[in-house]
Design a protein around this ligand. Structure first.
Ligand code: FES
Length: 159
C-alpha cells in the first residue's frame, strides 16, 4: 500500500480541466478569489452564467497551490458546469474530497474549492441583483463566509 496521491488526484493534477480565465468585466461572469489561511494557497474560479435560466454555462480556474487544490478545482469545474447557481452554491467540500479520496490532512484543499464557487456565485449575484432575487426568493439564503473585494459604497446624499 503506497501513500501516494490517489489516481484521481493525479489525473486532475496532470491533466487539469478548464484552466484559464475570463474577463472580470463581463457582466455574465462571476469571479471567486479565495485563499487558504492554513497554507497560503490561492484559487481563482470564474463562472459564466446563462442569464435565461441562471445556470453555469462555462467555468475556468487558476490555482496557485498544492496538487490536491489543483485537483479539487479541476474536479469542481466539471461538477458545477450545467448546475444552477443555487445548486452550485450548495456544493460541499466533502463531496469533492470523497470523489478524490483526499486524506484528512488535505481536506482544507477541497475547502478552497467550496469557498471559491460560493464566492464566484456571490460575485455574480452582486453584479446581477435580479438573478439573486429570482434564485433566493424571499428566503434570503445563507451568505458565503469569504468576502472578496466587492464593497458597495453608498454615497452620502449630503441633504
Ligand atoms: Fe493548501 Fe493544499 S496544501 S490548498
Amino acid at each position: 500500500q503506497t501513500r501516494s496521491y490517489h489516481e484521481k488526484v493525479l489525473d486532475h493534477y496532470s491533466n487539469p480541466r478548464n484552466v484559464g480565465s475570463m474577463s472580470k468585466n463581463d457582466m455574465s461572469v462571476g469571479t471567486g478569489l479565495v485563499g487558504a489561511p492554513a497554507c497560503g494557497d490561492v484559487m481563482k474560479l470564474q463562472i459564466k452564467v446563462d442569464p435565461s435560466n441562471n445556470t453555469i454555462a462555462d467555468v475556468k480556474f487558476k490555482t496557485f497551490g498544492c496538487g490536491s487544490a489543483i485537483a479539487s478545482s479541476s474536479y469542481l469545474t466539471e461538477l458545477v458546469r450545467g448546475m444552477t447557481l443555487e445548486q452550485a452554491s450548495r456544493v460541499k467540500n466533502t463531496e469533492i474530497a470523497k470523489e478524490l479520496c483526499l486524506p484528512p490532512v488535505k481536506l482544507h484543499c477541497s475547502m478552497l474549492a467550496e469557498d471559491a464557487i460560493k464566492s464566484a456565485v456571490k460575485d455574480y449575484y452582486t453584479k446581477n441583483p435580479k438573478a439573486k432575487q429570482t434564485d433566493l426568493g424571499m428566503s434570503g439564503g445563507s451568505m458565503p463566509k469569504i468576502e472578496i473585494e466587492q464593497v458597495t459604497t453608498t454615497r452620502d446624499t449630503g441633504a
